[in-house]
Design a protein around this ligand. Structure first.
Ligand code: GAR
Length: 206
């Protein structure tokens, strides 16, 4: 099967990027990371890409006149590498019109909470402060809102009484690293169909 070409946008640590790289290199998903783009020159995600021989591109946002111009440059890079699916992995910017129009229902994001709860920054801290008993993570398609697009997969973890933000974040992250590659796999196998707010998962061969 031809491998799906994935472009990853990441601003920081890149552990989700690593999970996707590992799953693709080990043949668990019929996909390959074609390029990693970051808005942060210091992002460890860029080093992770380089270590795996994946093109790592830093784009300096202040250099561009507008968000549109910045995203046009991202689109050029993604086209250059033949990207078919864009994965946001700790990308700390709201995606704008230019990227959305170029990749309709072809941009995914991972969020460290059970959407639609605790959108935006610090999803884990918000969950702790709210006092929920369960939280988790969500992979969703990106639309023009913040963390509002159609949900692909979710995983649930308990919130334990002794949890601080770090403990809860670590428990959630472990699940992120499972469901993100899984969502990419479903996409690569052509098994995700978006109908309004809902994502239908079509049956596979297994
Ligand atoms: C992850 O926990 C991801 O869910 C979160 O940032 C972290 C990035 O970690 N994303 C968001 O909060 C987006 N709103 P990583 O760089 O190690 O993948």
């Amino acid at each position: 099967m031809k491998k799906l070409r994935v472009g990853v946008l990441a601003s920081g640590r890149g552990s989700n990027l690593q999970a996707i790289i590992n799953a693709s290199e080990s043949g668990k998903i019929p996909a390959e990371v074609a390029v990693v783009i970051s808005d942060n020159a210091e992002a460890p995600a860029l080093d992770r890409a380089r270590e795996h021989g994946i093109p790592a591109v830093y784009l300096h946002p202040p250099y561009y006149q507008s968000k549109e111009e910045y995203e046009q440059r991202i689109v050029l890079e993604l086209r250059e590498y033949g990207v078919e699916l864009v994965c946001l992995a700790g990308y700390m910017r709201l995606v704008g019109r230019v990227l959305l129009e170029e990749f309709p229902n072809r941009i995914m994001n991972i969020h460290p909470a059970l959407l639609p709860s605790f959108k935006g920054l610090h999803g884990q801290r918000q969950a702790l402060e709210y006092g929920v008993r369960y939280s988790g993570c969500t992979v969703h398609f990106v639309d023009s809102g913040m963390d509002t697009g159609p949900i692909i997969l979710q995983a649930v973890v308990p919130v334990l009484p002794e949890d601080g933000e770090e403990e809860l974040a670590a428990r959630i992250l472990e699940r992120e690293h499972v469901i993100y590659p899984e969502a990419v796999r479903l996409f690569a196998e052509g098994r995700l169909r978006v109908e309004g707010r809902k994502v239908i998962i079509l049956p596979g061969e297994e």
